[in-house]
Every structure is written in C-alpha cells, then in structure tokens.
Design a binder for this molecule. Sequence first.
Ligand SMILES: Nc1nc2c(ncn2[C@@H]2O[C@H](COP(=O)(O)OP(=O)(O)O)[C@@H](O)[C@H]2O)c(=O)[nH]1
Ligand SMILES: [Mg+2]
Ligand SMILES: [Zn+2]
Length: 336
Amino acid sequence: MIGTIIKNTGSWYVVRTDDGQLFSCKVKGNFRLRGIRSTNPVAVGDRVEVRPPQPPVGGEGKDAPNDVGGRLHSEEEQEGLRVGLITEILDRKNYIIRRATNLSKQSHILAANVDQVLLLVTIAHPETSLTFVDRFLAVAEAYRIPVILVFNKTDLYDASELQQLHEWMNLYQSLDYPCVPCSALSGEGIEQISDLLRDRMTLLSGNSGVGKSTLLNTLVPGLEVRTEEISEAHDTGQHTTTFSQMFDLPTGGSLIDTPGIKGFGTFDIEREELGHYFREIFSIGQQCRFQDCTHTHEPHCAVLEAVADGRISQSRFTSYLGMLEDKDEDRYRKGY
Ligand SMILES: Nc1nc2c(ncn2[C@@H]2O[C@H](COP(=O)(O)OP(=O)(O)O)[C@@H](O)[C@H]2O)c(=O)[nH]1
Ligand SMILES: [Mg+2]
Ligand SMILES: [Zn+2]
C-alpha cells in the first residue's frame, strides 16, 4: 500500500494510506537512503510503501517491528492504530534538511515534498531579526521552495512597530515575496492566509514564540496544539527531539509543524553562488564585470553600486555578507 507519512515521533511514523487507513510504522531494518547521511531515513511528507508486518512463523518475523524492543509501545499503537512496516520510499520532489549542528555532517530531514513554506515573523514580542529572515529566504531559494512571509501579532504593535511592519513588508514585497500581516489572536489576515495555503502542502516555520502553534490552532478547527511549548528551549541543543506532524486544513491542503525547529540551518553553498539566492543581488549582479563576482571588493561591481545608491537595501546586503563570512569560518574549521 502507498501512503504519506503524517507524523514522526522518534523512530515511529504514522502513515496514512491513500485509501485512508492509518498505520503506526517502523522503517524496515536495512533501509538506506542514497547520498544523505541523516538521522532519520524518512520524514513527514514522504510517500512510502507500507506493509503489514510478517506474522511470526515459528518465531519472530524478521521484518516485524515488534522485534525492536520486543513490545510495541508507540502512542498510536496504544490508540489502536494498525502496525505496519515502511519498506520503500517513493521519489521525492524535494526535502528540507537541517544539520544536527553547524559542524556536524549528520543531517535531519525536517519534511519532504513540501510545496511552500510559511515563515512566521514578528516585529516585536519577540523580535525576529532581519538576518534570520534573509538567511531563511536564501536557503529556501536554494531549495527552490517558495516562501510566504506572515507577520504575526499585529494586535500588539505600537505606532513605531507598525511603521517597521510596513517597511519590512515593502522590502520583501518588492522582492516578490508574498507578505501577509496577521494576528492569530484577533483573526486579522487569517482568511488571506487560508487562501494561500489551499490545496498545498506547507511547512510552518519561525522562531519560537512567534505564534506557530496559535496559528495552527486557528487554521485547523478542533485542534488543540499546546502553545508556548517547552521543546523550543532545546532549539540550539545538539540532539533536538524532533516531532513533526502534518495537519489537514479544512479548505484542502495541509500544514506541517516541526516544533523545536526555527530555521533550515545552513548548507553547502559555494561562495560565488550565494548571491544567486538573494533575488535582487542575483538580478543586479548580472551587470557585474566578473561572472564570479562576490560583490565584496571587485571593481565595477553593480551590486556594490546598487547598495551605495539604495536600490539594494543595506539590511539585505548585510545579511548576504554575514552568510559569506560564515562560509569562510566553515571552510577554516572544516579545512576544505
Ligand atoms: N497578542 C498576540 N499574541 C499571540 C499571537 N499569536 C500568538 N500569541 C501568543 O504568543 C505566545 C507564543 O505562541 P505560540 O503559538 O506558542 O508560539 P510558537 O512557539 O511559535 O508555537 C503565546 O502566549 C500566544 O498566545 C497574536 O497574534 N497576538
Ligand atoms: Mg509551538
Ligand atoms: Zn558584483
């Protein structure tokens, strides 16, 4: 049977088959993914093949998930889901990974087959930094995954914060990112967000405290995801226990929530390539004299000129330089 992974708790996965059955699954023991060293072989959003475990014939079936630890103990199994075994993964459209730590080569797959990402940002309470937003956008650009920027908690903003909201929205709208001001509490913007999410698989992302769980509860009636989760505290820790889940939207489509994950993290982008992932730097950079211009010191650099005369925003350029610097450090530490 073919289905979609809709939940991941540790080594257990809930798969919903295309005919609507729910299975609580483990992954077949010898399952390997080509080319990715990741802590999880499959992730929420993956399309997989599921088989009921082999009945034990005169002993334990070799593939039976019951082998592991001897006893079934997943939450879902206790809730009466059938037990299954993931035996194959179907081709992925894309996947989003995050390195366990900056220096680690091991990655964790956050989600697969996503159509777009909703990045929840707050101007204040807490403030999301523009650097964070720009890094996030650059990595999404590299993955070719569209991002919707949603500015939450508008009900809390004072005059100067509202002013800042407009500036930020102007900046990112000018770069063709859809921007929606919203209040998960008052309901402002919710309808517009619903429209953008319709019939798509969307990954929900953003710093802790920006209102992801609250927004989820607003968009999915009947859901009561806990807000202000404590798991976020482990965010910078080495071994985040990730627990991802996909929620169906009443209007069609789904939202994937990955608590404890605030960003994509970094991944390997060549120095000369980084500018491709900042839309305005990419387009203006076409006019630089050198094709591999890093827009830092080169003569006749169109990007430096555009920063000087305000066509490229200083904050965007600062974010770009920050990412370049990180790359230098990475290089140094890893010795490549
Ligand atoms: N005033 C206001 N508070 C909000 C809004 N959205 C979320 N919050 C509050 O912000 C806090 C963190 O929200 P939560 O959904 O747990 O954030 P998460 O960490 O991103 O999941 C909670 O106390 C929410 O009630 C909003 O639009 N307006
Ligand atoms: Mg939360
Ligand atoms: Zn240049």
